[in-house]
Design a protein around this ligand. Structure first.
Ligand SMILES: [Zn+2]
Length: 368
């Protein structure tokens, strides 16, 4: 039942995400054509465009894309040009694993781990290794309750091999996918069976925490934190530690919502939208802002932890592959102009001015 609900929620979110992308890429232009071509449709076109504007927003894409970009700046000099040259791909495709959930039923459990369904203190007791986990918990249970930390390790193996093979497409593919799963592993609500607050009468909490608040607050966030990619001698420990850290934040995440709800009426707390004749209720902006203030820098910190860990895993995979040369054939042309651009962006990054300098790809209008 939980799986069905979980899957349904994810499907709903994902269908919506895909719809958003499609609308952006195609329908918006289509509507604009209608708008300009026919006088009578002025009124209708306006209404439709307004509706689209409400729907068109990041829906979790914003943070996935942001952390992928931040990780690039944290890489050592020998890796940075290759990743910088392919940054557009790394950023834009960072949401691909979420989109895959719509077509691949096996994709879903790769994005989360419902810790309590594996027993008491499972995050401290579970084996770091997939084979042991299958033996101890069964494949069915892992498919049902999620296995994001194992998925990250599987991607790390693939990425290391891709580096060894000096296969540009594979390096980019696995670096991107692994980055996504590391991002998910750092979202506290991806580590619990109460992933949407649905078991504690706080439905919608997932979207509030990972999407609504970052969309409101990102401009105010600190996107630089001195981190430079480090070699992880125990990457399993690092990814499980990330999951444990996120999971430990949950108590406060639920409690603060409960406390704050006492000061909000239902009509002020929720925002109701009508989509395709169905009513959708989500937390209001006013509630989101007040809740975010209560959480302090938690979401910002988790965002930074995500990008730090992505950079560490990229770097570790490269080192484990024997530090292959990424210049030359892999970075076909990294000329003076590219060097200058990279330098400018790194400077903006260190000053936390990526957004105001218009370098943050996730905030650029054409990606939305
Ligand atoms: Zn995901």
């Amino acid at each position: 039942m939980i799986l069905i609900k979980h899957t349904q929620l994810h499907f709903r979110l994902q269908i919506f995400k895909v719809l958003t992308e499609i609308i952006n890429g195609f329908f918006r232009r289509f509507l604009l054509q209608i708008f300009y071509m026919h006088k009578l449709r002025y009124f209708l076109g306006t209404i439709l465009l307004l509706m689209m504007s409400v729907i068109v927003s990041g829906w979790g894409f914003l943070v996935h894309r942001t952390v992928a970009q931040l990780a690039v700046y944290q890489l050592p000099k020998k890796m940075r040009p290759f990743f910088f040259k392919n940054m557009d791909y790394l950023v834009k495709e960072s949401i691909r694993p979420d989109l895959r959930r719509n077509t691949d039923p096996s994709e879903n459990p790769k994005h989360f781990i419902d810790a309590e369904n594996y027993g008491d203190s499972a995050l401290w007791k579970m084996s770091f290794y997939w084979k042991d986990a299958v033996r101890l918990y069964s494949k069915d249970s892992l498919m049902k309750n999620g296995y994001v930390p194992y998925q990250v390790m599987m991607m790390k193996e693939k990425l290391t091999q891709a580096f060894r093979d000096k296969n540009k497409d594979s390096i980019l593919f696995y670096a991107t996918d692994m980055g996504h799963y590391i991002g998910d592993a750092n979202v506290p609500l991806h580590t619990s069976a109460n992933y949407d607050g649905q078991l504690t009468n706080q439905k919608g909490l997932h979207n509030l925490w990972e999407t609504i608040i970052p969309e409101i607050e990102l401009d105010q966030y600190q996107l630089y934190n001195h981190h430079e990619a480090i070699y992880l001698s125990n990457p399993e420990e690092a990814i499980w530690d990330a999951v444990r850290h996120g999971n430990a934040l949950l108590t406060d995440i639920y409690a603060q919502e409960k406390e704050l709800s006492k000061t909000f009426s239902d009509t002020a707390k929720y925002h109701t939208q009508l989509r395709n004749g169905k009513e959708y209720k989500s937390y209001s902006s006013a509630f989101a802002k007040a809740y975010s203030a209560r959480l302090g820098s938690t979401i910002n910190q988790q965002l930074l932890r995500s990008s730090n860990l992505i950079a560490d895993f990229w770097y570790t995979s490269w080192v484990d592959a024997g530090k292959p040369d990424l210049q030359g054939q892999l970075t076909s042309s990294f000329d003076r102009k590219d060097k200058k651009e990279l330098k400018k962006e790194c400077k903006a990054y260190r000053k936390n001015q990526l957004i105001e300098s218009h370098f943050l790809i996730s905030k650029q209008s054409e990606i939305k």
